[in-house]
Ligand binder design. Structure first.
Ligand SMILES: Nc1ncnc2c1ncn2[C@@H]1O[C@H](COP(=O)(O)OP(=O)(O)OP(=O)(O)O)[C@@H](O)[C@H]1O
Length: 454
């Protein structure tokens, strides 16, 4: 298969035609220039892999200085572009100067076809490997910012989580786009990592992007990359997250926070599976598996005009909903033990355990911050407790007022418990005052306090 773009700059039209005939059987594209004056713009437009550059242009001047001048101009634009120089004189001094100035090789006119071909082909291979190294380096620098420590997972026994686990395993082995929804702290990111880990792309990278944190101005450069000089701070070429995820998975977290105009740009990349770096006009194919997550109800956002319907359908081939912790209370003890073991080890408090009552307190709380809040509550208790057995008082929970933002998702019993707790606090545990406030008898109040272990 023919591969590679060669740009030839020579003021002799006969030389150009002869080279075109010779090289067109071996290279994909041959561009010809009779004058170097448009050379730099040609580099940008055609992105050649190798330049074959004559040393002398102005009639009568055979010093080779013009060739050296244009060689340095090419190097300023793209330092790694191989340049092979062409001259009518077997001038060793000039050849040495050109090689010192960064030329890849030197060819003497009249040339030998086989030698010329071999020189250009090895210059092209050099270009390929330089590109590969550059891409790997860029990829590595993105990865270094991305790699997070693999978290151990504690998968609950609740039917809801078991169903979810079955779905995750089924979906992971496909290339389907997955949308994960659920409240903050339910474990959406963890699930994205699991999907990647169980997928055929596991050996490649999972790249995460927090869409809520990407500013309007940096969106394109973050996601699609940029070329040197595309804007003031673009000092070097940089791959974006799409390219870094090539062959692997791309996790777009908080996708519901993306502004409407940016949604269109994202959609276009997802539809075409091609991106264009900022400042370049070259379209680059990307092979990614897309996983998105949000705590928003995107179907509602579509109805309200805040989210593009076409984008939603593109990202949610499979929809996984992670239930809040209060709807899978049976998982709390297992999760709590898991975090206690991990955190006790971290803080060198090996023998810590929960008292029965403390565990019950954790089970009964509504966890508006879900698993993350449970983990933090245990971490605080582990750090602060002086006893081997953690007691209810070691766990600070948010007051009902602080949790009121999730009130609409409480059950009747949870609401009742919250109201009683609030009244007890308000009247400093004065049972008569609380019973009057809530409009129930003292015995009823006592039985409820017992029931809810307040
Ligand atoms: N099943 C689980 N096993 C162990 N740890 C978990 C589990 N679920 C959640 N966590 C822990 O809870 C914390 C929050 O999880 P994660 O960041 O995945 O949630 P999220 O839904 O993506 O949150 P947000 O929407 O706020 O970004 C993390 O520290 C995570 O390790």
């Amino acid at each position: 298969m023919k591969k590679g773009n060669i740009l030839i700059v020579d003021d002799n039209k006969n030389v150009l035609s002869a080279l075109r005939i010779l090289l067109s059987d071996y290279f994909e594209n041959i561009s010809l220039l009779t004058s170097p004056n448009t050379l730099i713009s040609e580099l940008r437009d055609k992105s050649p892999d190798v330049v074959l550059l004559d040393m002398n242009f102005s009639a009568g001047i055979n010093s080779g200085n013009e060739g050296l001048f244009w060689l340095s101009e090419i190097k300023k634009t793209d330092e790694e572009l191989p340049v092979v120089l062409f001259t009518a004189y077997a001038d060793i001094d000039l050849a040495v100067r050109a090689l010192k100035a960064g030329a890849t090789d030197f060819i003497v006119k009249p040339w030998d076809n086989a030698k010329l071909l071999a020189t250009l082909q090895s210059a092209f291979s050099l270009r390929q490997s330089r590109k590969e190294v550059k891409k790997l380096r860029e990829k590595q620098s993105v990865l270094n910012r991305e790699i997070q420590k693999e978290e151990d997972i504690c998968w609950g026994q609740s039917p809801a989580m078991q169903r979810l686990l079955t779905m995750i395993k089924k979906v992971a082995v496909t290339d389907a786009n997955v949308l994960i929804t659920g409240e903050n702290g339910t474990g959406k990111e963890l699930i994205a990592k699991m999907i990647h880990r169980y997928s055929p792309r596991a050996a490649e990278t999972l790249i995460s992007v927090d869409m809520g944190a990407v500013t309007e101005t940096l969106f394109e450069s973050e996601l699609f990359g940029h070329v040197k000089g595309a804007f003031t701070d673009a000092k070097v070429d940089r791959a974006g997250k799409f390219e870094a995820a090539d062959g692997g998975s791309l996790f777009l977290d908080e996708i519901g926070n993306l502004s409407y105009p940016l949604q269109a740009k994202l959609l276009s990349a997802l539809q075409t599976r091609h991106i264009t770096r900022v400042g370049s006009n070259k379209s680059i194919p990307v092979d990614i598996r897309l996983i998105s997550a949000t705590n928003k109800n995107l179907f509602k956002s579509v109805k309200e005009g805040g989210f593009r319907e076409d984008l939603l359908y593109r990202i949610n081939t499979i929809h996984l909903e992670v239930p809040p912790l209060r709807e899978r209370r049976e998982d709390v003890p297992q999760l709590a033990e898991f975090f206690l073991r991990r955190l006790a080890k971290k803080y060198n408090k090996g023998n810590l355990k929960f008292s029965e009552k403390a565990l019950r307190k954790l089970e009964n709380y509504v966890w508006p911050g879900n698993v993350r809040e449970l983990e933090h509550a245990i971490e605080k208790a582990v750090i602060l407790s002086d006893n081997e057995e953690l007691q209810p008082a070691d766990f600070y929970m948010r007051t009902p007022d602080e949790t009121s933002f999730v009130v609409e998702s409480f059950t009747l019993e949870e609401m009742e418990k919250i109201l009683i707790e609030k009244a007890l606090r308000k009247y400093d545990n004065n049972i008569s005052a609380v019973a009057v406030e809530l409009g129930i008898s003292r015995p009823t109040l006592y039985s409820k306090i017992k029931k809810y272990e307040l």
